[in-house]
Design a protein around this ligand. Sequence first.
Ligand SMILES: [Zn+2]
Length: 382
Amino acid sequence: MSASEATSLTRSLLRFDTVNPPGRERDCARYAGSLLEEWGYKVDYYEYEDARTSVIARAGGSDAGSDAGSAAKAPLCLTGHLDVVPIGSRAWSHDPFSGETDGDRLYGRGSSDMKAGVAAILLAARAMAKKLAGTPGIVIVLTAAEEGGCIGSKKLVETRLLGRAGAMIVGEPTSNYPLVGHKGSVKFHARFKGVSAHGSMPHLGVNAIYKAARALARLEAFDFGVPAHPVMGKPTLNVGTIEGGNTVNAVPDAARIGVDIRTVPGMDHAQLLNRLKADSLQEADLDVFSDLGPVWTEPQQDWMRRVFEICRPYVQEPLEARTAPYMTDAANLRKVYSGVPTVVLGPGEAAMAHQTDEYCSMERIGQSVSIYEALIRDWTGA
Ligand SMILES: [Zn+2]
């Protein structure tokens, strides 16, 4: 693999417009899938909706459905998402979809988050393709619809296409610094019902906004009652939206707030929701629309120590346990790959994600290919 190959594959991926919404990952997914097929991988596609395409590719002893293999070591999973966020309203000084370069920088929407990561996964897969037969193998999962709620991976979890995995690498932007997890999140709407009446006779109605206001005061003071996590810190709660009422001269019969909670390892989401209902939201109906557990692997875990060893030559700073500020598909995929050790590790620059003039370092994409190859060799013995 030459550095220019890493750049040109990233550029090819950038040229597919996978801005989400609307997404339209199909062409990009088919392109990645056809490369993997050419290199000898067994490829499945899954569309949860028209053109919202994810790719699952396997090589080595990881063929899905082989029960005989279930006692053997499971494959290593490498995962990334194909969609990117909108280009935003500010003007770009480089075309967001053509892959212009300047020095070591490769510009484009999704360069850092995370088509560079997908390109590195693909090139490592190509390098190892011929060596994986008879080993635990690898499974590559490229998802649609990660941005804005990890919907693509949520839908994949409902299929049987993911098979097994024994450890997972999520190629999100970390500048090749291995991160040992991220917080979980629970997002919900709390709906309050009232009884409408004329604004001149409020005693004849029940004001849904007052109910919401009482809940808001309790939520602001809500105590999670859990100690701070040594790396992730404390869980958080934010009320991000509020809606209610139709007109100033009527008693509102409906109000709604949107709540975003970020959780740390050890917290049980079902228990947390029950406590919230009992302590703060007695007067509300809850509509939970996103529920993703925290992702955490002990830095002392055997495989994570190997990951740190392999990354060490590529990272300038000392390696310590750090976590990502963002969510990843791992939260969903670990529902099937039941809590496997997981590292968030990819060539993109975290600070560039979702920015105008997003770029990535071309040198880091090449380094990332070497890191992924080393991790695949380490896992499979290939
Ligand atoms: Zn991302």
